[in-house]
Write a protein of this length. Structure first.
Length: 70
């Protein structure tokens, strides 16, 4: 059985982890912005939490993190 050296496999998986972390960060930012838009539409963090099935705390934290001040 011809397997790649562990260093090659490790480097490949390390690169994949970095890509996934980047995608996760970008997705979290988009989700946070959507929560902000939900707040604008529905008027309360509670309403957004109820509509999304998420906890009030999770929605509140996302809104605080991703709300832009314009």
């Amino acid at each position: 059985m011809n397997t790649e050296p562990w260093r090659v496999r490790f480097a490949r998986e390390d690169e994949l982890v970095e890509q996934l972390q980047s995608q996760l960060s970008e997705a979290a930012a988009r989700r946070g912005q959507a929560a902000v838009e939900g707040l604008d539409e529905l008027g309360s963090v509670y309403a957004v939490a109820k509509a999304t099935g998420r906890s009030w705390t999770a929605i509140s934290n996302a809104i605080k993190k991703y709300r832009t001040t314009e």
